[in-house]
Design a protein around this ligand. Structure first.
Ligand SMILES: *Cc1c(COP(=O)(O)O)cnc(C)c1O
Length: 399
């Protein structure tokens, strides 16, 4: 039984071409890019090429707008902490209720320990940002706005250009966690007002432990990691040359595949959703159907537990994920679905399917065959299913 991997928003397989591009930098090309000899110069040249590959994927105009980091999490942390230092007299942060923990746990910590005021903007039932609340929160004290480009659980895409313009009208910086957007949808930062953007290698078939923070030319920046002069003094520490080369190659491949893959992968996703909703009652798709990543589908199966579904899927060789996390014995559904007011009975049974260019129709067929008996079996055992209200024609409108 060949495994079916539909958890690409958690991580992707490193592309074999990426691995091949990286290998020489573990062996012959082992130099330190900062060294004044040939060993260093060769690696220095490779880092420069990687920068250009990434720049092309982002549509970034200038050299040196990219600061390599250890991943998306570090890039997110660096952006927010820098803004608090450079935005003199401003000590408020605006973010959304559906951000990744890399943002939410950082801002909660800053609120608790530094007295920073944090505005967490809510979303509607489709996961769309409350624009009125956003406008109301912006003001002369706003240091930075951090709103993700696309949500990792539902795929919902946010109007980041519009949000950036509004932030600038209030004199605030605008950062976006674009970890899920980069490599999946076209980006053109040269034409945008976005000041800072985070990305991560392992979400686009690159290696783990490498990412980048884009910092627009002219935006003041204070480093998170201090030490040597690497990255023009913006991120100290000897460059992770093999990983940077891998990220560059991953960016090149993502750009080359993008036009075809966007529509192909969206086709797989739509086929999966249609098939699941046809075969399984009391199920629905969450997220903003009109503004969604092509690769992400979040389907809620009512009256059962996501963990149990995943376990039985795993037995069939199918990997996906649920938003819920088991904390101290009590199962809390995903903060994203809760922010969207998805009822608990459905949020608990939400499964995220996330595709990549490595998936095919065979994978979709396998899932469509495996899911109906899994859901039926779990509902048979579920007291919530037996006691459900069948009188009301409950017709959720979360898609
Ligand atoms: C995966 C992810 C991150 C974290 O990136 P790492 O490179 O794993 O640190 C941050 N934000 C979003 C939206 C993600 O999906």
């Amino acid at each position: 039984m060949t495994p079916v991997y539909l958890d690409n928003n958690a991580t992707t397989r490193t592309d074999p071409d990426v691995v091949a591009a990286m290998l020489p930098y573990f062996t012959e090309q082992f130099g330190n890019a900062s060294s004044m000899h040939a060993f260093g110069a060769e690696v220095g040249g490779a880092l420069k090429r990687a920068r250009q590959q990434l720049q092309a994927l982002l549509g970034a105009e200038y050299d040196h707008e990219i600061v390599y980091t250890s991943g998306g999490t570090e890039a997110d942390n660096a952006a927010i902490l820098s803004a608090l230092e450079t935005q003199i007299g401003r000590d408020e942060i605006i973010t959304s209720a559906v951000e990744h923990p890399a943002i939410l746990s950082l801002v909660a910590h800053l609120e608790k320990t530094r007295g920073v005021k944090v505005h967490v903007i809510g979303v509607d039932a489709r996961g769309r940002l409350d624009l009125d609340a956003y406008r109301a929160a912006l003001g002369p004290k706003t240091a930075i706005v951090s709103i993700m480009w696309a949500n990792n659980e539902t795929g919902t895409i946010f109007p980041v250009e519009q949000l950036a313009r509004l932030a600038h009208e209030a004199g605030a910086l605008f950062h976006t966690d674009a970890v899920q957007a980069v490599g999946k949808i076209p980006l053109n930062l040269a034409e945008s007002e976005i000041d800072m953007l985070s990305l991560s290698g392992h979400k686009l078939h690159g290696p783990k432990g490498i990412g980048a923070l884009y910092v627009r030319k002219g935006v003041r920046f204070r480093p998170l990691v201090r030490g040597g002069h690497q990255e023009r003094g913006r991120r100290a520490g000897t460059e992770n040359a093999p990983a940077i080369v891998g990220l560059g190659k991953a960016a090149e491949l993502a750009l080359a595949h993008m036009a075809d893959e966007q529509t192909r992968v969206a086709g797989l996703r739509d086929r999966l959703e249609k098939g699941l909703l046809q075969r399984i009652g009391n199920s629905f798709v969450t997220g903003d159907a009109d503004h969604r990543l092509p690769n992400t589908s979040n389907v809620a199966f009512e009256y059962i537990e996501g963990e149990a579904i995943l376990l039985l899927m795993n037995k069939e060789g199918i990997a996906a994920s649920s938003g819920s996390a088991c904390t101290s014995g009590s199962l809390e559904p995903s903060h994203v679905l809760r922010a969207m007011n998805v009822p608990y009975t459905a949020a608990h049974g939400a499964i995220r399917f996330s595709f990549s260019r490595e998936n095919s129709e065979v994978d979709v067929d396998r899932v469509l065959e495996a899911m109906p008996p899994i859901i039926a079996r779990l509902r048979d055992m579920s007291p919530f299913w037996r006691e459900r209200d069948t009188s009301a024609a409950f017709n959720p409108t979360y898609a």
